[in-house]
Design a protein around this ligand. Structure first.
Ligand SMILES: [Zn+2]
Length: 77
């Protein structure tokens, strides 16, 4: 099996990502993590701040909710 190495999303950073910056997204019975970026331990805060500043989608469907942005360990997903 090929091993995919995910790199940190911070510009210029070549470190291997250990977490993803994501928000729990739910639409009725269906839920998933909405991924904004991948992060090494050093850049998690920078990338969370960047994700929070990104413009939100202008329209949500009824019953659609997006939770707070947080880090999720890649190994647990
Ligand atoms: Zn990094």
């Amino acid at each position: 099996m090929p091993v995919t190495v995910v790199r940190c999303s911070n510009p210029g950073c070549r470190a291997e990502a250990e977490a993803k910056i994501a928000a729990p997204w739910k639409d009725g019975a269906f839920s998933e993590l909405k991924t904004y970026a991948y992060s090494c331990p050093e850049h998690a805060e920078v990338l969370i701040a960047y994700a929070e500043k990104r413009p939100k989608p202008g329209h949500y469907s009824p019953g659609e909710t997006v939770g707070p942005i947080a880090t999720y360990e890649l190994a647990t997903i």
